[in-house]
Every structure is written in C-alpha cells, then in structure tokens.
Design a protein around this ligand. Structure first.
Ligand SMILES: Cc1cc2nc3c(=O)[nH]c(=O)nc-3n(C[C@H](O)[C@H](O)[C@H](O)COP(=O)(O)O)c2cc1C
Length: 349
C-alpha cells in the first residue's frame, strides 16, 4: 500500500490515475479504475454538455468513489462542459491547455483542480494560480506533449512546486511507479496501459497492433492533428508523415465537429478566432487538422479501420503484452512497485 500526498488529496486507495483520453475514457472504464482504488478521469472534449452530464450521472451509477473530468480549455464547448462539471460537483476537475478560470468555484463545493502540462514553467504557474495538484507529461506519452522526457521533467517540477505531482508519460508497471516516486512524484497517471485492458472500448484490431508494437513503434509529429503528439506507427501514420496539408480531410473533419457540437457556421468561425486568441490557443489551420485527426481516431477506436484510422499511443506500448482487467493492472502495479523498491534497497551494498 502506498499512501502519498496524491492518495490523501483525492481520498483514493492507490496513487494511480486513469489519464483522460478522448473517445476512450467512457463511464465503464472510469468507474472500473475508481472501484479498483485509483482515480478515474473522464475526458469531455469530444462531448456536448448534455453528453457530459449524462456521462457524469452514469459514472455515479457505477461507482461511489471520487472521480474527475478532463477538459482541454481551448477547445469548442470547453466552458459549457466545465460549467456542467461544476454544477454536478464533480470531485476533480482536470484541465489541460489554457488558463483555469474556475478554481474558486470548484474549491467552493470542496472539489479539487488538477492542471496538466508538459512544461515546467506552466506547472509552476498552475500551482501559483491555485491548482491542488499537477500532472506533468513526459515526451514518451501518448498524444500531445512537449520536448522533455519524464525522467527530466519530474525532478524539475517536483522541486519547483509544493503541491502533489502526478507523473504521466511512459508509466505502465510497478517499476515505473517506484521510479516516479523516487524522482519526486506522488503518483502516476497511465493512458496507454489502461487503453489496453479488457474494459477499454478500443477496437480489437488496434489493441492487437499496440500489443505487437515495440518501444520504437510510435511516431511523434504534428502531422496527426496539427499539434505535436505521439501516435502508433502504422502504414497510415507513416504516410501522413510524408504527405502535405490534408486540406479536403481537414474540411470534412471541421464540418463534422461543427455538426457534432451543434454550431452554426458563424459560431464555428467565431469560436475558432476565440481559440486562436486564448492562452496557448491554436490558429485555424491547426484546428482544422485537429478535426481531421479526430475523424481518424474515431475510425480506429470505434471501427478498427486499419486503412484510415490512427491511434495516439505511448512508447510504453512496447512493454505491454497482455489485456488484463483494470483491477488486475492496478493490483499488479502496486505489488510490483513494492517489490521494485525492496529489490532496489537490496542492491545497495
Ligand atoms: C487515444 C488518446 C486520447 C487522449 N486524449 C487526451 C485528452 O483528451 N486530454 C488529455 O489531456 N490527454 C489526452 N491523452 C493523453 C493522456 O491523457 C496521457 O497524457 C498519456 O496517455 C500518458 O502517457 P502514456 O500513454 O505513456 O501512459 C490521450 C491519450 C490517448 C492514448
């Protein structure tokens, strides 16, 4: 058993968090992590506010443990989704990209705010703004990151902030948890590992591709959705690395997202400009690429389409070779971490 500042802050049993992952962290997976003693996080960026509320209620039907929602603050619908999460008094609000305007409101009902970043300077700023804990993401992680790896970032951030630090990027086993604690973190957040479980909704075709992957089989590029991110190396992602700007695809993706969020064309353009001006916001062409990337992700996750689909995935897929249940993973990581710390002590002569 590991009691850390992370377990104390959130009232959970183990210092392990399910990373928010669009399209993947639906209520069943979130609740499975919570019921196994971790902190389940539901990513809302791909949901309308109505869907977000429905999913929060569904999580509450499946677990009575603390859970969180994750929202990228620069995206369309961000404010509306955050408002719903606050109305529903979700115990943990986890954000990435952008400046949180809601910290006081969340603290008002006893909730916690968890900032996610990949840059030490931003982690310090998030702590200064009043975040209760910080997730710091190393470059080996699935999806978006910056240039430093976990082994470099964790000690830097842990020595610069006073709030609990949760390490993300490359963590999938007990050795990783033990290493993260030794580097100064208070716990870990796992994305790829929880994506490869029985409960995960990722299509079997892509689960199989991830299990076959070595640690060399991911690609880090802005080609997938316009922002630097890590995806599984496949024929499709390799071709995207070589191709030019996917204009037609970006247009198709943008119109789908517009429809999905129920926006008029004017509202969509207005929001795009708003996002461009926001802290860490992205220009229009990046947003068009994100829309195109979202289409391809859904094709991979829901349909298992290996001809067009792409999947964000971390380097640690190279160390993952099975599809256990969420509970098996959490119990295994904790037991292995205890053993790893013991073995490390014995190594010292
Ligand atoms: C398919 C997929 C979707 C993701 N979507 C989000 C997201 O919506 N918001 C976010 O902050 N991070 C997102 N991430 C990144 C994870 O939250 C996390 O940082 C990453 O998976 C950690 O690295 P690991 O995969 O090595 O454990 C996503 C990751 C994956 C695999």
């Amino acid at each position: 058993m590991f009691k850390t500042r992370m377990t104390e802050l959130f009232g959970i049993k183990h210092p392990i968090m399910l990373a928010g992952m669009n399209w993947i962290t639906e209520p069943k997976l979130v609740a499975a992590v919570c019921n196994a003693g971790g902190l389940g996080i539901f990513a809302t960026a791909a949901s309308t506010p109505e869907e977000t509320r429905k999913n929060i209620k569904q999580i509450r039907e499946l677990t009575d443990k603390p859970f969180g929602v994750n929202q990228i603050l620069i995206g369309p619908g961000a404010k509306e989704n955050i408002d719903v999460a606050i109305e529903e008094k979700v115990p943990v609000i986890n954000y990435s990209l952008g400046k949180p305007w809601f910290i006081e409101q969340v603290h008002g009902y006893g909730g916690k705010v968890l900032g996610t970043t990949a840059i030490a300077r931003h982690a310090v700023r998030a702590a200064e703004l009043g975040c209760d804990a910080i997730v710091i993401t190393g470059q080996e992680a699935a999806a978006h990151g910056a240039n430093a790896t976990s082994v470099v970032l964790i000690p830097i951030v842990s020595s610069q902030v006073n709030v609990p630090v949760i390490a993300a990027g490359g963590f999938y086993n007990g050795r990783g948890l033990a290493a993260a604690l030794a580097l100064g973190a208070d716990g870990i957040s796992m994305g790829s590992r929880f994506m490869l479980t029985k409960e995960s909704r990722v299509h079997d075709n892509f689960k199989r591709l991830c299990l076959q992957a070595t640690e060399q089989d991911t690609l880090y590029s802005d080609r997938f959705d316009g922002m630097p991110g890590r995806a599984l190396k496949t024929k499709v992602t390799e071709a995207m690395m070589k191709g030019g700007f996917p204009l037609i695809e970006a247009f198709k993706g943008a119109s789908e997202v517009k429809q999905l969020l129920g926006l008029s064309f004017g509202q969509f353009i207005g929001l795009s400009f708003q996002m461009m001006r926001a802290d860490e916001g992205s220009p229009l062409w990046v947003q068009a690429r994100q829309a195109a990337g979202a289409r391809r992700h859904m094709k991979a996750i829901y349909e298992g389409d290996e001809k067009e689909g792409i999947l964000f995935a971390g380097e640690c897929c190279g160390g993952i070779s099975d599809l256990p249940s969420v509970k098996e993973i959490i119990d295994r990581v904790v037991a292995e971490a205890e053993e790893a710390l013991e073995t490390t002590r014995k190594k010292l002569v």
